[in-house]
Write a protein that binds this ligand. Structure first.
Ligand SMILES: [Zn+2]
Length: 457
């Protein structure tokens, strides 16, 4: 794609349906003025700028420095692996004169409309403006993105643009944007300036009728009815941060703080580093598990992780924290659940962890076999040595190296009696399930550990 946005300047007004409206879940609307600084990174002059926008957002005018520009909008389909029904508004703006290679220009668009989610993209893409909350993530194209009609096309353009964002919303709402510095203005608007610190590129915005609860380094922002969840989440977050920092050292991201922002059930939790979005659950045990998992991700800052080993580590740490809270039976239950999942999916049980990224059962491999491998390691070399490896991995500048197996082999010399080569072969490289899934967790892991320890002299 030759045309790229280097900076967005967005002014957004969120208009939820008023509280007195008889239809509680009617979606509200958005109004935007977006100024895009565009750069032609191609080899040829470009006169027509093609942008993708959410299918129900309509552009009412386009201009450059006050000069109105010709504008065309068409509903177009983006072909994806899993659906052929993803429609976008394809906006074509004709510049006054062609933009030369290497040159920049600004383009201002006035646009708006209603969002009713993008369920075609995934079951959790409910992004919209609801009565009490609004979620706008980059996937729903709530701001225009230059790109061809392909998923990779616009995914690629998120990462490199900086942004300034001004948000107007009801006076009783609060607003959060990942990877951004926030300030409040006397007129009640929020302004955000990108810092580039979010785990995922693009502009992720959460606004709503939030109330804050703080506990040490943890703040929890909850929606009406979420008080008891907020209490559980704040306690779990503070516990997880303290314990993991004791075990693994200062986290490489997140500055030792955690900010949780509630989202409605089924909207997709995510650790964006400076904010963690989370569903407000009724069940405190489930809240503990989910909070422990997301906090664990502060120690898995992999920039390039095709095999999703970050998930394996986060699940292992989550299990470990559950054990600290609930005792050995809680750890056994977590391990038994990984083993049961692998029992139900033998192709995942047999798949090597290295190269899992290209396996159709990636989810199960990274979330079930990965943590099981770390439990096998912990049972073999002990928890302190295992945590040392994870801590060194997390502390490697720029995120951990891609190949955890190679990293483990490098450090294995420091672990007395540990035969790292067969361990790495069995778990990371071979097509086999190195653990007997029919045994109870403790017996199965004891047998595994015996395989990788030097025989007693
Ligand atoms: Zn995770």
């Amino acid at each position: 794609m030759s045309m790229r946005v280097v900076h967005y300047d967005l002014s957004l007004t969120l208009s939820p349906v008023p509280p007195e409206s008889p239809i509680a879940d009617a979606p509200g609307s958005v109004d935007l003025v977006g100024t895009l600084r565009l750069r032609n990174e191609g080899a040829r002059p470009v006169r027509q700028v093609r942008l993708l926008l959410y299918r129900l957002l309509e552009v009412t005018s386009a201009e450059t420095s006050g000069v109105p520009l010709a504008l065309r909008q068409v509903q177009r389909r983006i072909p994806l692996d899993w659906t052929d029904a993803l429609f976008v508004n394809r906006v074509t703006v004709t510049l006054e004169k062609a933009l030369e290679p290497g040159a920049e220009t600004t383009l201002t668009l006035h646009y708006g409309g209603t969002l009713v989610g993008y369920r075609e993209l995934g079951p959790y893409m409910h992004d919209s403006v609801q009565r009490d909350v609004a979620v706008l993530r980059p996937e729903v194209l709530w701001y225009p993105v230059p790109g061809p009609l392909s998923w990779q096309g616009f995914m690629g353009t998120w990462s490199r643009a900086t942004f300034a964002l001004r948000v107007r919303c009801p006076a009783y709402w609060d607003c959060f944007v990942a990877g951004a510095r926030r300030s409040e203005h006397p007129d009640g608007a929020f302004t955000f300036e990108s810092t580039g610190t979010a785990s995922t590129p693009g502009i992720h915005l959460y606004a709503g009728r939030y109330v804050a609860r703080r506990e040490g380094p943890v703040s929890v922002h909850y929606l009406p009815g979420g008080e008891s969840w907020a209490a559980s989440a704040a306690a779990a977050g503070a516990f997880a941060l303290e314990e993991l920092e004791r075990l693994l050292g200062v986290p490489p991201v997140g500055e030792g703080r955690a900010t949780f922002v509630a989202i409605p059930p089924g909207w997709g939790s995510q650790n964006l580093f400076d904010i963690i979005t989370q569903t407000a659950e009724e069940d405190p045990a489930r809240t503990f598990r989910e909070v422990a998992h997301e906090v664990s991700h502060f120690w898995t800052p992999l920039e390039d992780d095709p095999d999703r080993f970050a998930e394996a580590i986060a699940h292992f740490l989550q299990d470990y924290l559950e054990g600290l809270r609930g005792g050995p039976t809680a750890v056994d239950a977590a391990i038994a659940s990984h083993m049961a999942a692998l029992g139900r999916q033998p192709e995942a049980a047999k798949a090597p962890l290295a190269g899992a990224g290209s396996h159709p059962a990636l989810e199960t491999i990274s979330r079930e076999k990965g943590p099981l491998a770390l439990w096998a390691l912990a049972r073999t070399v002990g928890i302190p040595d295992t945590m040392d490896v994870l801590s060194a991995w997390a502390g490697t500048p720029g995120g951990g190296p891609k190949d955890f197996a190679a990293f483990l082999l490098e450090r294995a010399g420091q672990m007395k009696g540990f035969q790292a080569d067969p361990f790495v072969d069995d778990w990371f490289r071979a097509d086999l399930c190195p653990i007997d899934l029919t045994l109870a967790p403790d017996a199965a892991l004891r047998r595994v550990a015996a395989n990788y320890l030097d025989a007693e002299p």
